[in-house]
Design a protein around this ligand. Structure first.
Ligand SMILES: [Zn+2]
Length: 132
């Protein structure tokens, strides 16, 4: 817990109960871990996210807030800005090679994201209408 004393830390806690994405069983909190994220201006933030274990399949998941993209170090809003407004790339404080990697990463996975959202919409038909 030494890292807790070094700088400002944000604790992430979801208000809703989310089922296991693999088997839809209940997730139980088993601890937490630190996760760093960079904002559009290059500032580093430390988050403490919860570790959850599935009661059914025993897999460990992490509760990620909307501002995080799994396995990426920058906030989702920065990545979205670069991907949707190419001229705004200059306002995000990241290396040119990083911006290029985001674009190629998104081009490869865009079809997968669309199909995953369609599958989720078919699996949970009432959820999409509640989000509007
Ligand atoms: Zn599970």
């Amino acid at each position: 817990m030494r890292w807790l004393k070094r700088s400002l830390v944000f604790f992430v806690r979801g208000a809703e109960e989310v089922p296991c994405p693999c088997c839809t069983e209940k997730l139980v909190v088993i601890g937490s871990r630190e996760r760093k994220v960079r904002g559009g201006g290059g500032e580093l933030r430390r988050l403490v996210i919860r570790r959850l274990r599935c009661a059914g399949c025993r897999k460990i998941h992490h509760e990620l807030p909307d501002l995080l993209v799994p396995y990426k170090r920058y906030e989702s809003s920065s990545m979205e800005q670069v991907l949707t407004e190419p001229e705004a790339s200059v306002s995000v404080c990241a290396e040119t090679s990083t911006l290029r990697r985001w674009k190629s990463w998104f081009q490869v996975l865009a079809v997968y994201f669309v199909l995953a959202l369609q599958a989720l919409s078919a699996r949970f038909p009432g959820v999409a209408s509640r989000l509007r």
